[in-house]
Each structure stands twice: as C-alpha cells, then as structure tokens.
Design a protein around this ligand. Sequence first.
Ligand code: LCS
Length: 394
Amino acid sequence: MKHAEVKFDTACIHAGQAPDKLFGGVSVPIYQSSTFAFEDADQGAARFSGKDDGYKYTRIGNPTNAALERCVAELEGGKFGLATATGMSAISTVFMTFLGAGKHVVSTGSVYGPTRTILEKELTRFGVESTFVDSSDANNVKNAIKKNTVMVYVETPANPTLSITDIAACAKIAHDAGAILVVDNTFCSPMLQKPLQLGADIVLHSMTKFLNGHSDVVAGMLVTNSQDLMKNMHRVICQMGGTIDPHQAWLVLRGVKTLALRVKVAQENAMKLAEELEKHPKIEWVKYPGLRSHPQYELAKKQMSGPGAMISFEVKGGVKAGKTVMDSVGLSTLAVSLGGIESLIQHPASMTHASMGPAARTEAGITDGLVRFSVGCEDYEDIKKDLWQALDKI
Ligand code: LCS
C-alpha cells in the first residue's frame, strides 16, 4: 500500500516495509552483513555491471537500508531515498555531487553551523563559491543568483533562528536560473513539511533528529523524484563512503514508526510553552513559527502543516542570564541535538554554531543571547515547572 493511499500516521508504521519473506518476521530483519554471496562468477559480474540488481556489498546497498530508504522517500512523497551515515554525510554528498570548481551556491545564512563551514572553509579549497543570504526574503535569493549558480540551498525553519523561507518561491528562482533547489527539512520532518511537493529537487534530513527521535543514533537521508539526481548522488556516496550501517538503519526504522505520535505531543507542548514564555517577565523575545509575533507567521501557516517543536528565545540579561537558565534546568537536558523524545536546551553561539565564527553568526541573526529549546514529549506541566524554576534563578 502506498503512502498516497493511507494517512501519514499509518505510513510512518508501514511505509516501505512488509513481513520478511523467509520467516515472516513482522519487523524488518537487520541484514548485518558487509557482503553478499554470488551463486556463481557470472552472477557476481552481472551485479557489478548493473544487469542484475541483487545486493553485492553494504556500502553500495543493503536490504535493511533499502527498507528505510523506501520508508522515508514515501513519507516525503518522493520516489528515491538514499540513507546516509549522518546528516552531514547527506549534506556533503549533495555538495560533492553537484558542486565543483567555478560553481556557485546560494544558501540560507542561518543554516546548521557545519553546513556553512563546509561551504565557506572546506569547499573553497576546491574552487566552490558560495553566497549566504537571509532567505526569509526570497528577493535576497534572487539577487544573489549568478551566471554560475548551480544550487540554491535552503534550511527552513532555519537552525537556530527559526526563520522561514518560501520553498515554492525559491524553487522558481532556482529553476529559472537552471539551478537545483535543495531543502534541509530536518526541523519539520515530513510530518510538517513536504518540500518536494513545493518544487524542491532534493530534500534532506539529519535523521538523528525527529525521524529517529530517541537521541540514540546519528543518520541522514536524501530524497528526490529524479532518477538522474539520485543516480549521481548514489555514485558519489558509494565512492566517498558515507552510507549508513544496517543496524543504525533498523533503529531509525523503529523510531519512524512513532514519528507522528511524537511530533504531535512535542508540538502541542511547544505551542503552549512558546505562548507562556512570551508572557514571562524575564523573557526578552521568543521566536516560534506558531506565534503571531513570528515575522513569517503567515508563510509558516501556508507552507507547514504545524509549527513544530523548536523554540528560540532570549532571556533579559543576555548571555549571562541565559547561561544561568541552562545551568539550572533539571528535567530538560543541557545538550546539543534536537528532535528527541526528551527536552534539550543549548546555546548556539558557543556550541552548535561556534564553528561559523562571530561575523557569520551576526550576519545570520544568531545573537549571543539566543537559547534554543527542543521541546520533548514529557508532560507539559513538568517541562514548564522545570524551566520556570530555572528562570527564577536569574
Ligand atoms: N541539518 C540540520 C538542520 C541540523 O540541525 C543538523 C545537526 C544537521 C543537518 C547535521 O546532522 P548530523 O550529521 O548531526 O546528523 N544539528 C545539530 C544541532 O543543532 N545540535 O547538534 C547537532
């Protein structure tokens, strides 16, 4: 049964998976094998030449990984999935496949720190050019397009500013320039946003976050409707070596089964928390796509089916007061990462986005006082009580 025929919650549990043909196992077996036996030399040769699509070596393909690829591709409304070792492996695969000397990429300025660092500090060594803009105004993307632009790269909502970029508008801008649009959909998961349906060519995830949802795996995913784009990304990742391990893929498959349940609860908690934080006397500002005060509130409502579970805020008293809050929470954990079942709090300027450097952070709107809260699935009153007692410590 295809995702198009069932509701999203159902697809999370079943997409890409069927009982195992050998013993009827309901859970997809973990094919913990690095290599696959050939019946004879001719079959081995046929697999390597592409005439036989059977498995040969896990870096190139594995049945457990394939189940996860079918699952997430279906949830994204895409045809082809490619599971990767980490979210950064998905991102670097996209860059290594489509960028090169003399090619230019326009990117959201406030992206996950290392994404920007790869472009600005690593790929520049190979002659790749990049321009970072505030993509919440699509005109900035349009104005940054050059003759050699081959990719528009968007993260929306952006980490950690939660700025929203108009995916459909950026798809048009990219396609008019003969470029592809790549969207990092990590903050939404396919439950809340489907970039391919809005015109993106490739959607990617750090599955470490909402898709897996249990803070126990690092993994990534690339999804596209284009066989050609997928063929190229598959070729590059198989050579560069960033594919996923089957045990890790199995854990993510298990996590995805509760994606809809988890996102619903975390989002409900986040909405209430954002509303109450906004009224708290010790809070300077709150940024959450579900609040009317969010600068792209209307766009978020149009493009996303819900505001998600990530909140950014600044405490009155800046960095010092923010640190007091982070050091005083007890139930929520002071840790990077996000999208897990447990609430996490962190300081982007000194942690996740430290590698960007102060100039890039200022330009991207990542203030020193910004505190990021990944709202989990604990009871709402417990999350609030914990955060409020931490605010009382200031
Ligand atoms: N894309 C986004 C939007 C992310 O937030 C992250 C990681 C990545 C890609 C990279 O994924 P990874 O390789 O870690 O699976 N974000 C993190 C964060 O905000 N805190 O710790 C990691």
